[in-house]
Design a protein around this ligand. Sequence first.
Ligand code: PMP
Length: 418
Amino acid sequence: METALWHPFSDMAVVREHEFVVDRGEDVWVYDTSGNRYLDATASLWYANVGHGRQEIADAAAGQMRRLAGYSTFGDFANEPARELAARLAGIAPVPGAKVFLTTGGGEAIDTAVKIARRYHDARGESGRVHVISRAQSYHGTNGIGTGVAGIDANRTGFGELLPSSSRVQYDSVDALREEILRVGAENVAAFLFEPVIGAGGVLPPPEGYVRGVIDVCREFGVLAIADAVICGFGRLGTWFGVERWDAEPDLITFAKGVTSGYLPLGGVVAHERVAEPFWGRPGNTLRHGATYAGHPACCAAALANLGILEREGLVERGRTMEGVLADALAPLAAHPLVAEVRAGVGLLGAVELTAAVLERVPTAIGDLASLVRQRGVLVRTLGRAVAVSPPLTVRAEHLQEIEGALTAGLDELSLKL
Ligand code: PMP
């Protein structure tokens, strides 16, 4: 039957009669409504870090819902799961005196972080600092600000100018950031937004020295550095917030996805004590921002149970210990004639990019490849020129071999079509 569900980022003229209905999940596996089993090589949208089907998280959320399903945290209202989650995240965040603002997802976290940055400057008498710099190829969600700064151009076009005071720089150059700040004028720049490893834009790890380098440039010019750890956090790069890998201390960190492993929607922003100070240090400077479900108790209870599993099972470290295993498993694909590049080696995050020649001859090649791989029981995610591999952190070496096997077979079949 034709669907009434409008899918995000989807060509509904095609999808309307071809939905892939996922029915249940267990660890690295998901099942469709006919009972067919698939290896979830993308952890859904890069988020099922502890794997699917964890009863412990379901029980924690259900228990909280029976006690108090939802309640506002505006004004002085609070609930224990939200308080405990904020304390827990502040304790593991790589910034001193961290304060935690909760949201319902990553895009809302981005808008929150940028608004905090602008209000921070405003409170310090620098209200001209509104400009936001992001990187080419970056993805920061689909809310207003996140859309306005999108580094994947196609995600920005056609919506009108959503954030007029913004610009993008080359994604791999510290000097490009410095030059852009000088061009715009430091007194006009509020923040620089960056994913430690660019995710949706192609799985692009930073060049040597990049993360520390851009943070140093931000400090030099009084610009706030916002690390978008929505994908990179909670073990994906082998650390809690991704950026610890480079010993970096951003001013603000956005998170979502792995904080609940997607069992319920939740995201947020971690603020360095210096950034929180104008709001927490003296009365009369209210941040007039926040959504109805900020600090939703059931979502926070799910997050706490998820963090418990990540910690108890050593899954955060596993993001690092398995990165070489993933890189080795995907390495043979680099020799395939249809493959331009295999990117892996920083966390449990990889991408296989097709050659320009294939993409030119068959514009649907990426989608075709994902379909062929799916027919072989493996789910990968399509990016612009590549497919991404970002399995649950519980993934084992034999699963990674299975992913490589399905990709090789899919590529071979795709070659026959050329
Ligand atoms: N930032 C990054 C780096 C992301 O990958 C995403 C989602 N893929 C977002 C922000 C937006 O998060 P959400 O979809 O939860 O709004």
